[in-house]
Design a protein around this ligand. Structure first.
Ligand code: MG
Ligand code: ZN
Length: 386
């Protein structure tokens, strides 16, 4: 009898839930609710610091947090969202398509550097920031011509055309950059150009790991500054690379003083991804912990400054990394499902004026449109506007 009543009840519920009248009735309040829940921006930042942990999914963040005494700088952030990282041609994105989404607001094919599916250049947020008179900066723990930083400054059909990407540094007015890849600027296979000399002729102060320690330099904000940290790719931080926190802390006051119109800065923790590709838990954790110092310094700068929006996210997850049951808080045992990227949604953390925009679940290209919205930029922008 009970079973009969139960199944009767289920049938009634099923009928109610399937009835078109009911659907129509229930739809209206849901739409209203969505409309009224769209966050309103409270104020406009002068500066944006976009922090990209390459390959930094929730597993990587969790492992790094536990390995760090159960805390991280991300716990300062109260506004959290998720983005969907897929590319236009593949559900699993690479870093080039993903950074093009952040920099240009378009889904494109894997390997594309700030070009669309037809290989046409699409203007980047860094180029647009320059057109508004803002100071701009790029910092990475890969080479500076590697996919993630490249997508903010260069346009190329293929991410591995490093020498062509390097020449694009002459086409912008980027004010501050630090990363590896010196050889692509001055010891080139495709031509005899010395891009270091060309940048110096343009008024840049340029140095490199061979000539100076970064800590010994104090770049003056009335000149543009570049520093190359390695001939090709920098070594892992576990093997002694330590410039990222110095570079970040140097960049905030430099860019702030460089223009009274504010700045756009992208800093990448490039090698969290490489730890994932290598299926190496310790590599992931050590790279995350270094990047975490930069998250903290960016947060501290933004808190003191009051006009700076900090966004922390990743381009995609790498390795299908998961924390295994043998793990303890201070000894994480990781396992991997892949030596490539995975398709899982990616956390976004935001702090500062405009942070409300980053709540919810959205496409990766909306990181771009939300940054523009935060800056109160309206209308379209093309490279020819410069
Ligand atoms: Mg990268
Ligand atoms: Zn990768």
């Amino acid at each position: 009898m009970r079973i009969i009543i139960f199944s009767l009840l289920c049938s009634v519920l099923l009928i109610i839930s399937c009835s078109p009248v009911n659907t129509a009735v229930s739809k209206t309040p849901i739409i209203e609710e969505v409309r009224t829940s769209i966050p309103k921006q409270t104020s406009t930042p002068k500066n944006i610091i976009l922090l990209i942990g390459d390959g930094m999914g929730l597993g990587q963040i969790s492992a790094g947090t536990f390995a760090n005494g159960n805390t991280s700088a991300l716990e300062n952030f109260k506004t959290i969202g998720l983005h969907k990282p897929y590319a236009s041609d593949k559900l699993i994105t690479d870093s080039a398509a993903a950074a093009t989404a952040f920099a240009c607001g378009i889904k494109t094919y894997n390997g594309a550097i700030a070009v669309d599916e037809n290989k046409n250049a699409v203007p980047t947020i860094l180029e647009e920031a320059e057109s508004y008179g803002k100071a701009t900066g790029l910092i990475a723990t890969s080479s500076i011509v590697h996919a993630t930083p490249a997508c903010f400054i260069a346009h190329n059909e293929y991410r591995k055309n490093y020498e062509e990407i390097a020449t694009d540094f002459l086409k912008t007015e980027i004010d501050f950059f630090i990363g590896g890849g010196l050889k692509h600027f001055y010891r080139r296979d495709s031509d005899d150009r010395n891009l270091i000399k060309e940048l110096q002729d343009k008024g840049y102060v340029i140095s490199d790991y061979f000539q100076d320690d970064l800590e010994d330099l104090s770049p003056q904000s009335d000149q543009n500054f570049g520093y190359l940290t390695a001939d090709e790719e920098p070594i892992p931080t576990a093997q002694g690379r330590d410039y990222l926190p110095t570079a970040a802390s140097m960049s905030y006051p430099f860019l702030k003083e460089h223009s009274d119109k504010g700045f756009f800065l992208m800093i990448e923790g490039s090698q969290i991804d490489w730890g994932g590709h290598a299926n190496n838990t310790n590599y992931i954790i050590t790279e995350f912990l270094e990047f975490d110092k930069v998250i903290q310094s960016a947060f501290d700068f933004a808190k003191a400054d009051g006009n700076t929006l900090v966004i922390v996210t990743a381009d995609h997850e790498t390795g299908g990394f998961a924390i295994q049951k043998e793990s303890k808080m201070d000894s994480i045992v990781g396992a991997f499902t892949s030596d490539y990227h995975t398709g899982t949604m990616i956390p976004v953390f935001a702090y500062g004026p405009g942070e409300e925009l980053f709540q919810g679940i959205y496409e990766n290209i909306e990181i771009y449109s939300k940054m523009r919205q935060a800056f109160s930029w309206t209308g379209s922008f093309s490279n020819s506007d410069q």
